[in-house]
Design a protein around this ligand. Structure first.
Ligand SMILES: [Zn+2]
Ligand SMILES: [Zn+2]
Length: 81
């Protein structure tokens, strides 16, 4: 059986994975929503798959690319280019 997150419709194989995913939702809600774009100042939503991520992230608003490092859904480093 598959476990589905009601918030973002992502499916998981185990309830443990879903529980961890939901923790990331809670972690995201207490801090800022995603990454703040250094080009246009708007928030870039951070996908659950990028909760622990290091690499480029393209702003859907101004199409500029940031280099970000995230840990547990929180942004550690964000810079343009
Ligand atoms: Zn979700
Ligand atoms: Zn932007």
């Amino acid at each position: 059986m598959r476990y589905k997150c009601v918030t973002c419709a992502v499916e998981f194989d185990t309830i443990e994975q879903l529980a961890r995913h939901k923790q990331q939702h809670q972690a995201g809600s207490r801090s800022s929503p995603g990454v703040l774009c250094l080009g246009c100042g708007k928030g870039i939503p951070l996908e659950p798959s990028k909760a622990n991520y290091s690499g480029p992230l393209t702003c859907p608003n101004c199409r500029r690319t940031l280099t970000v490092v995230t840990e547990d859904g929180e942004v550690v480093v964000a810079r343009l280019g």
